[in-house]
Design a protein around this ligand. Structure first.
Ligand code: SF4
Length: 910
């Protein structure tokens, strides 16, 4: 495109850069968005800090991927050839998921790696665990000491006492392989406070437990809580939602809070939290009654005939009759019923319902965390939402929603150790038969009940003391050396959980580590390479590196090499572990990290050919481009592969639910009213607290050292509707005491019409803390005191807010914000859903003005109450515990790091 008259003048005045400069191929052309990849090792640009002087700087641009949420968007690290350091991050245009774009958290990686307070060396505890004393040790010491503890545990024959608990995952099979090599059922995750509710609902339909929406090609985009589009898969989804909308798609957002996405929607339905299934079933009924269902898809792909045979054996097993009976079955879900449950106008139910009903095969739906992880029965949200896709035949279509596995690359690894020979009941206790992931949020309570303990416990980029509910119970568990023999925190930055570790081992941020990523960000399939950029830069400069910590800041390492070295040292030559860490290329020698990725990338379909076309190998291609598109699109894979369910169909009717003791849930229904249903909020001062929405600038636990992000967002006031503020007699900035089932916290009020009356909101990410003896994250941490006031009661008070400090970074002395918010999560009781096992984040709270002496940021929690409250919810699962044929869980459903088949049968446990 030719430059405009104004641009011409601006260019002459040197207000903007030269739009006519050479494009690298000898031609002069328009401004490019990104440097061409041929120039990535010889990129020159002007130093912005030197302007108006024209000082050229030379860069080597090295691709990697962002580590700040799961999406793994592409980043390009600009390595300054003069300093040998990364000076900034921009998007990688070759990444098929992010296509050169990032959210604010991507470029802010530079803050994280330049954080003056980051952990640079392995640390070992001095004094009592949790007291804050540390000494620097070498990697050799750390490896020798930790491997000896693991060896001692494994030699007892235990398979459940060495545990790896992951917060931010992302290296595709690597860790499961390591745990299998050690022979332990030792994988734990954060998923039951995150996506387990949604996963259960999706898995009931088709085993696949995640949705992959094709926003770009949709006619209607239906988002159930926009949590995801502001926090999770944020950038890859957001850019495609915008494309879809620019192409005419209607956007419907269901969320009690006016999120950024809801503010852009054609229809914002602020439903009562937990009522969403009532709305979806009302829309399902509209689709059925108006004959707008996809007959072919329904008749051929859904197990409707199983329902007919089981529930209506006297009826003719014919599709037309099925539809008639289905309409009768759903007679109760009128628009009026949905409006009443959702607390929205009936006109809105009908208006948005007509948009959904008319979407045909281009209905693109999505739910991830928020609504499906909120309440008792939250898993019903995804089950009823997917029902809309089934009815409209928009499963796996252009503009529809597909199972994520169709778009996810699964690496082939160089060695597959055997499955663990045992079952860890601390992770999958027998009463949670349908829990889709490990029951991690009740771990401290199960240990307190005497159900087990751990010899060696790794937390990997995982901060449950802060991110999980009931953090004081986590502190109690971690401080008890009988419960946790040794706690090792693998983390790039100090956090509230690392304060209670025996070893803190510094792990790399995005540009300092190896991982392989593949996520369902659109209808295609891609693989990306998170590579340590200074290692690749060293290679380009002709320097060979053995371990990545040789080039990272300080002695920051990465897990992949760490696990290889640790595994090698655990084995004293008698344990058979080393055999799983041998080079596939060099007989009898230990594998190197380059060989690991070489082997993996050589087996990515199409990659070796693409590499050969560029005169390199598969690893060379990934080092150069950072990502590879395996398939352009992944639509309608069921036509070839079918559905991996017991019936081989989409399971409208679930025999599994009946067999496992929940016959009332045999088909999608709204049978379980939530614990925060208005019927359960009886007092004048009782409200529903919505505590699990994300701010788009923050990561759960790793953005407190990102100064750009913290400057934008650092408070978490209570969102309250003006009507409720009037009722409670509070105004903007006033204090409110929020009482949960096990304690309370005091927060400031933000009066806004962006929240539904009767519901109050508080963002997930703020309220970080450290005690006076702790280090790190001073951009976003209040200094607090913690006091055990007796009888299980714990008190936390803010001693001081955020303050500037002097460091090598002049910005640390320029901090202008003082308020670091309040740690609300710690006052939440655990609420494990008896079916999905997911934590139910929504809290029933009482609101009042604080009493005298109760100040902003004050927190109190009664741990005894929290233990009793856990038992109450746990009993609901025990009351319905059913094991058909002795099965611990449905054999056909997924289980992370599955043990040998015989351990799925409860009678055969050790
Ligand atoms: S959406 Fe943002 S935080 Fe997530 S990977 Fe992409 S750039 Fe990073």
């Amino acid at each position: 495109m030719a430059k405009t008259f104004i641009e011409g003048i601006a260019q002459k005045l040197r207000i903007i850069q030269n739009l006519d400069r050479e494009d690298g191929s000898g031609n002069y052309g328009p401004l490019r968005k990104y440097p061409a990849s041929e120039e990535w090792n010889e990129h020159i640009e002007l130093d912005a800090n030197a302007w108006p002087e024209r000082v050229e700087r030379k860069y080597s641009l090295v691709p990697t991927t962002c580590f700040n949420c799961e999406s793994a968007c592409g980043l390009l690290a600009y390595v300054d050839k003069e300093t040998g350091q990364v000076s900034k991050f921009e998007g990688n245009p070759h990444h098929p998921g992010s296509r050169g774009r990032n959210c604010a958290k991507g470029p802010a990686t530079i803050n994280q790696i330049q954080d003056t307070e980051r952990i640079m060396h392995p640390m070992r505890r001095v004094g009592a665990r949790g007291n804050g004393g540390w000494e620097r040790i070498s990697w050799d010491e750390a490896l020798d000491e930790i491997s000896a503890k693991i060896r001692a545990s494994l030699k007892t024959g235990a398979v459940d006492r060495v545990v790896y608990h992951v917060g931010r995952p992302g290296h595709e099979g690597f860790m499961n392989r390591v745990l299998r090599a050690w022979g332990v059922d030792g994988h734990n995750s954060h998923t039951n406070i995150c996506s387990a509710g949604a996963r259960t609902g999706y898995a009931l339909w088709h085993k696949f437990d995640r949705p992959s929406p094709d926003h770009t090609n949709a006619k209607v985009i239906l988002l159930t809580s926009s949590h995801l589009e502001t926090g999770h898969y944020f950038n890859p989804h957001a850019q495609r939602i915008l494309e879809g909308m620019m192409d005419g798609a209607k956007l419907i957002v269901i969320d009690p809070r006016l999120s950024n996405t809801a503010a852009m929607a054609d229809h914002w339905l602020p439903t009562w939290p937990g009522s969403e299934p009532a709305l979806f079933l009302a829309w399902a009924k509209m689709i059925l009654e108006r004959g707008l269902y996809d007959r072919e898809f329904m008749e051929t792909q859904v197990n409707w005939d199983d329902w007919m045979k089981a529930v209506h054996p006297d009826e003719a097993c014919e599709f037309e009759r099925f539809i008639e009976l289905l309409i009768e079955e759903y007679a109760e879900y009128t628009p009026e019923f949905a409006a009443e449950e959702c607390r929205i106008p009936v006109e809105q139910v009908i208006e948005a319902g007509e948009v959904v009903a008319g979407s045909g095969s281009r209905l693109c739906t999505h739910v991830w965390r928020s609504a499906a992880i909120g309440n008792l029965g939250g898993w019903q949200v995804s089950r009823t939402l997917h029902f809309l896709n089934v009815l409209t035949g928009s499963v796996g279509t252009v503009g529809g929603t597909a199972p994520n596995s169709w778009s996810k690359f699964k690496p082939e690894l160089f060695d597959e150790p055997p499955d663990p020979d045992g079952w860890n009941e601390l992770h999958f206790p027998p009463e949670y038969t349908l829990a889709h992931y490990e029951m991690s949020h009740i771990l401290p309570h199960m240990i307190k009940e005497g159900r087990g303990s751990m010899d060696v416990y790794f937390t990997r980029v995982f901060n449950p003391v802060w991110t999980f509910p009931d953090g004081f119970s986590w502190m109690e568990m971690l401080q008890n050396e009988e419960s946790v023999g040794c706690h090792i925190a693998l983390t790039p930055t100090w956090n509230e959980t690392a304060f209670f570790a025996d070893y803190v081992l510094p792990m790399g941020h995005a540009s300092e580590r190896h991982d392989v990523n593949s996520y369902a960000t659109s209808s295609g399939k891609w693989v990306a390479f998170r590579q340590p950029v200074l290692r690749e830069y060293a290679r380009r400069e002709g320097r060979e590196v053995e371990f990545t910590h040789e080039v990272n800041p300080g002695e920051v390492w990465e897990e992949d090499e760490f696990w290889n070295e640790l595994s090698w040292r655990i084995d004293d030559g008698t344990m058979g572990i080393r055999q799983h860490f041998m080079s596939p290329y060099r007989e009898g020698e230990k594998i190197t990290i380059d060989e690991y990725y070489q082997y993996l990338f050589e087996r990515v379909p199409g990659l070796p050919d693409a590499a050969a076309a560029e005169g390199t190998d598969a690893l060379g291609y990934m080092r150069k481009h950072g990502a590879f598109l395996i398939e352009e699109s992944t639509y309608k894979k069921y036509e070839k592969d079918g559905w991996p369910t017991p019936s081989g169909k989409q399971e409208f009717y679930s025999e599994t639910m009946i067999e496992f003791g929940h016959p009332e849930h045999s088909i999608p229904h709204y049978r379980q009213k939530s614990h925060v249903h208005p019927d359960n909020l009886t007092g004048e001062d009782e409200y529903c607290l919505l505590p699990n929405f994300r701010l788009p600038q923050h990561i759960h636990s790793r953005s407190a050292n990102a100064k750009w992000l913290v400057e934008i967002a650092h408070r978490n006031p209570i969102w309250i509707h003006p009507k409720d503020a009037r009722r409670l007699g509070v105004a903007e900035g006033d204090l409110l005491k929020i009482e949960t089932e096990i304690g309370w916290f005091v927060d400031k009020v933000w009066v806004t019409e962006g929240i539904k009356p009767g519901v109050v909101g508080c963002s997930h990410h703020i309220g970080r803390w450290r005690r006076s003896q702790d280090a790190g994250n001073r951009f976003l941490t209040n200094t607090v005191s913690i006091e055990d006031t007796g009888n299980g009661k714990m008190r936390m008070r803010t001693v001081s807010g955020i303050e500037p400090w002097k460091s090598d970074d002049p910005d640390t002395n320029r901090i202008w914000w003082r308020d670091g918010g309040v740690h609300q999560n710690i006052t939440h009781a655990v609420q494990p859903d008896p079916i999905s096992g997911a934590h139910c984040w929504l809290q029933k709270v009482r609101l009042s003005r604080p009493s005298e002496g109760e100040e902003y940021g004050d927190i109190e929690v009664d741990r005894e109450k929290s233990f009793e409250y856990y038992k109450r919810w746990n009993k609901w699962a025990k009351d319905r515990e059913t094991h058909p044929r002795g099965e611990r869980r449905p054999l056909w459903m997924k289980r992370p790091l599955a043990p040998r088949k015989e351990h799925f049968i409860i009678g055969e446990r050790d």
